[in-house]
Write a protein that binds this ligand. Structure first.
Ligand SMILES: *[C@@H]1O[C@H](CO)[C@@H](O)[C@H](O)[C@H]1NC(C)=O
Ligand SMILES: *[C@@H]1O[C@H](CO)[C@@H](O)[C@H](O)[C@H]1NC(C)=O
Ligand SMILES: [Ca+2]
Ligand SMILES: [Ca+2]
Length: 218
């Protein structure tokens, strides 16, 4: 259910961008991501940029012994990951590593701990670990447009998204992508959106209720 995921990302990104606007700037660092381009398709446009919705496969290795700690091809039925680029849905190093990349391009990147899981580590990743990722970018799409997108959905401008407003938005999105769908999908997605986002259960989604972002998610 790509559209479902796209929409949820869209909701997440709204809150992220909003919090950035409120001044949570990323700290600067002296360490860089080392990027090695391992494959470039003959046609290499357009390039990914901050705010795009990207679809990628990536395998992660610990640099010190090259053990694989993550593989998008074997997790979750091997579906490539969808995420909004450059807004902190993945570790900082990956947000940087996937910039300016075209569909079909492959990269091998080395990410210092300061742009990954730092001196705390996370799960299988030990403290101060340099990470290596092999990335393949499969798709680039129009990303969410944060405040503008919220306002676009919020037809009556009351800063709350009602079921009708989101339903209307879904109808438009489905019409745009032109794929045939069982009509029940619409209802299921709508239900899912409200279950996951309408935390106070008042039947409206407030800007605050979009805040479902998990910091350390790969
Ligand atoms: C590589 O290092 C990690 C963490 O230091 C360790 O958990 C893992 O067992 C090591 N893998 C191999 C194949 O040595
Ligand atoms: C991680 O690196 C920091 C800064 O270099 C150091 O202070 C800390 O002791 C290191 N932690 C571990 C577990 O190696
Ligand atoms: Ca509204
Ligand atoms: Ca609510």
């Amino acid at each position: 259910m790509h559209l479902c995921c796209r929409f949820l990302l869209f909701l997440q990104a709204f809150s992220l961008l909003a919090s950035q606007i409120q001044g949570q700037e990323t700290q600067t660092t002296e360490e860089d991501v080392k990027i090695e381009v391992t494959f470039v398709p003959s046609e290499c446009e357009p390039k990914s940029k901050k705010g795009d919705l990207v679809n990628a496969h990536y395998d992660g290795y610990l640099a010190h012994n090259m053990s694989k700690f993550f593989c998008s091809r074997s997790e979750k039925d091997g579906h490539p990951k969808w995420f909004v680029l450059g807004v902190g849905q993945v570790i900082k190093g990956l947000d940087i590593a996937l910039l300016n990349m075209c569909r079909g391009e492959k990269r091998k990147v080395v990410i210092p701990p300061s742009l990954a899981y730092g001196d705390k580590g996370y799960d299988k990743i030990p403290p101060n670990a340099t990470l290596i990722f092999e990335i393949e970018l499969l798709g680039i799409g129009r990303g969410p447009r944060s405040v503008e997108a919220f306002q676009q959905m919020d037809l009556d401008n009351d800063m709350q998204l009602s079921r009708d407003e989101i339903s209307h938005y879904l109808t438009e999105e489905f019409r745009k992508d032109g794929k045939k769908r069982d009509p029940s999908v619409h209802g299921l997605i709508l239900k899912d959106i409200f279950e996951k986002n309408d935390h106070d259960g008042n039947g409206l989604i407030s800007p605050k209720e979009y805040n479902v972002y998990k910091h350390d998610e790969l």
